[in-house]
Every structure is written in C-alpha cells, then in structure tokens.
Design a binder for this molecule. Structure first.
Ligand SMILES: C[S@@+](CC[C@H](N)C(=O)[O-])C[C@H]1O[C@@H](n2cnc3c(N)ncnc32)[C@H](O)[C@@H]1O
Length: 308
C-alpha cells in the first residue's frame, strides 16, 4: 500500500499540546500519520475526530488507527463544513485543538486514476471527494480562455498562463492528464524556455487542483468557524504548502489575534474588536534533513495559534 509521509509530524502534533481527556480534530486525516502519532500521546479519556473528504483516505486511516487509545470518531466530509460535521458526531465544542495538513496526500498523487499526476496517463479528474461537483476536465473543457488564464496565474503564479490557456482552448476536448501536460511542455518549448527545476505542467496542475476542490474557499470557511468551535486554550496547527493558502492563514490570524482593527491613524479605538487567538511563536518549517528525506515537504510551513 502507498503510505503518505507526514510532513512536520512531530512539530505539528506537539503544537496541539496533546492532553489526556481532551478532544482533538484532525481535519485532513489522509493516511492517518499525524493522527496516529497524536493518538499515541493521548489516552482512553481523550477523543479524536478524524475528517477527510476522501472516503478511501478515511478507510485507510481507520485501519491505521484501530486499537488507538482515544475514542475515535471518523467522518467523511469537507472541513469547510466543520460545524455541521461536528454536530454529526455530537461534539460541536472542542477543548483540545485542530490540525489541518492541507493539500493532497502521496496516496492520492500516486494513484494515477485520480488524475492528480502528470506522470501517468489518466482521466483529468483531481477531485479529492469522488462525488465533488466538477472535475479538472470540466474546467479545462468549458472555461473561457481568459478565466483559465486567470486561474493559472492567480492560483499558481504561472507566467505563461495566457499562452497555455489559449493552447488548451484550441486543443479541446482534453480528457487526459498527459495530453494536458504536453500542452504546457509545448508552450514552454515554443517560447524557448529551457528546462526548469519543476516540470512545465506543475503549476497548471496545482491551479486546477485548487479550483476543482475549491481549496481556498473551504479553507476560508473553516477558519471563519474556528472562533465559535474552539474553547479557550484549544490550539490550531495548520500546515500549508503554497504561498496563497499560507497568506490566507496568516491574514486571518493577524486580524483574529489583534486587539483592535481600527485604521492606524484613528486616535481612539471604536472597532469593539476582540482578539480571539494568540500566535504561538513563529512559523515552523521542515529541517534540512526532513527536506532531504521527503522533498515534498520543502514548501511546508506550520503556523500555530491558541484560542484565548
Ligand atoms: C496532506 S494529506 C494529510 C496527510 C495526513 N496528515 C497524514 O499524516 O497522513 C491531506 C488530506 O486532506 C484531505 N483534504 C484536503 N482538503 C480537505 C478538505 N477541505 N476537507 C476534508 N479533507 C480534505 C485530502 O483528501 C487528503 O487526504
């Protein structure tokens, strides 16, 4: 079985301050690597709620977590609907903390039929939730060139977004991962851009995956629910893998941690804003050793906060 290598495993689990008797959420259960480590630091008076939108990941994690000491409540769904999922398991208030380890798992990438990888021929799917409303093929074959270009630029900083988008529109219908990757490769070659550190298709695959799974919208929705769900003392640990989601987390907590959000030139505070979180130190990044052992971890950043 393909195992996911957990990123910043020790750091993220310790950031949750595992405490007997408390309830924790792993909102991105994946292969259950972080969850297993967390469970090993908890006892039978504790509870772990494991969430993943991918039923295959959930089944894999269930096997891995069998016989763990805490009470386990596993639920399939999107952390963007966090409160609804917590109500399903009867635990709408959380005193321990929540972990989000964003993005896809090695397991998903290395199963070619899921369509996340441009290294294997497969249908252009990219849905983490197999019942999600749209596939990458739907976007690639229906969005106007301008919208596709914006998507590539905004979600992945693709400099050749316009040329790639118009080549895609000219090549429709595109149903296959390799066909799409070839288009990006050809555009790079035509523009005379020599081999880069990453494959020319990397960015457009990232952008499509983000759009297909509405990753930014779901993250924003989850963040907005946290102040009402977490009890004082509960911790939030979020691992991001690209600058757009990291910026979203940073900006959300900059406001959530601020005692006042009045414009700086205003002499007297009128905002009535109250800080709901405090930052727990600086962002944590993988050690050189971790990056060497698991190159996928190179762009990871862990941010930690405490509900006050
Ligand atoms: C990087 S993996 C997590 C790996 C896990 N921490 C481990 O150590 O094995 C991310 C997982 O989160 C899931 N996921 C991503 N976004 C999600 C969302 N919005 N709601 C629920 N699950 C999500 C993916 O399906 C994937 O299984």
């Amino acid at each position: 079985m393909i195992e996911h290598t957990s990123v910043l495993r020790e750091e993220a689990v310790q950031a949750l301050n595992p405490t007997y008797g408390k309830t924790y959420i792993d909102g991105t259960l994946g292969g259950g690597g972080h969850a297993k480590h967390l469970c090993n630091l908890l006892d039978a008076t504790s509870t772990l709620i494991g969430i993943d939108q991918d039923p295959v990941a959930l089944a894999q994690a269930q096997e891995k977590l069998a016989n763990c000491p805490p009470t386990l409540k596993l639920v399939q769904g999107n952390f963007g609907n966090l409160l609804t999922l917590l109500l399903q398991v009867g635990l709408p208030k959380i005193d321990g903390g929540i972990l989000l380890d964003l993005g896809v798992s090695d397991f998903q990438i290395k199963h070619p039929e899921r369509g996340f990888s441009f290294l294997h021929a497969a249908p252009l799917d990219m849905r983490m939730d197999p019942n999600g409303p749209q596939t990458a093929a739907d976007l690639v074959n229906t969005l106007p060139a301008k919208d596709l270009a914006n998507l590539f630029y905004q979600y992945a900083d693709e400099k050749l977004s316009r040329s790639i988008a118009s080549a895609i529109v000219n090549a429709r219908p595109i149903e296959n991962t390799l066909a799409l990757a070839k288009i990006a490769e050809n555009i790079y070659r035509q523009k005379g851009i020599k081999a880069q550190k990453i494959h020319p298709a990397t960015r457009i695959f990232q952008a499509l995956r983000i759009a297909v799974n509405q990753e930014l919208q779901m993250l924003e929705s989850c963040l907005n629910q946290l102040p009402n769900i977490l009890l004082p003392g509960a911790h939030v640990a979020i691992i991001t893998f690209h600058s757009i989601e990291d910026r979203m987390v940073k900006q959300f907590f900059r406001v959530a941690c601020a005692p006042c959000i009045c414009p700086p030139q205003q002499p007297i505070c009128t905002c009535q804003h109250q800080a709901t979180f405090k930052a727990m130190g600086k962002p944590i990044v993988p050690t050189d050793q971790e990056v060497q052992d698991n190159p996928q971890s190179r762009s990871a950043k862990l941010r930690v906060y405490e509900r006050i």
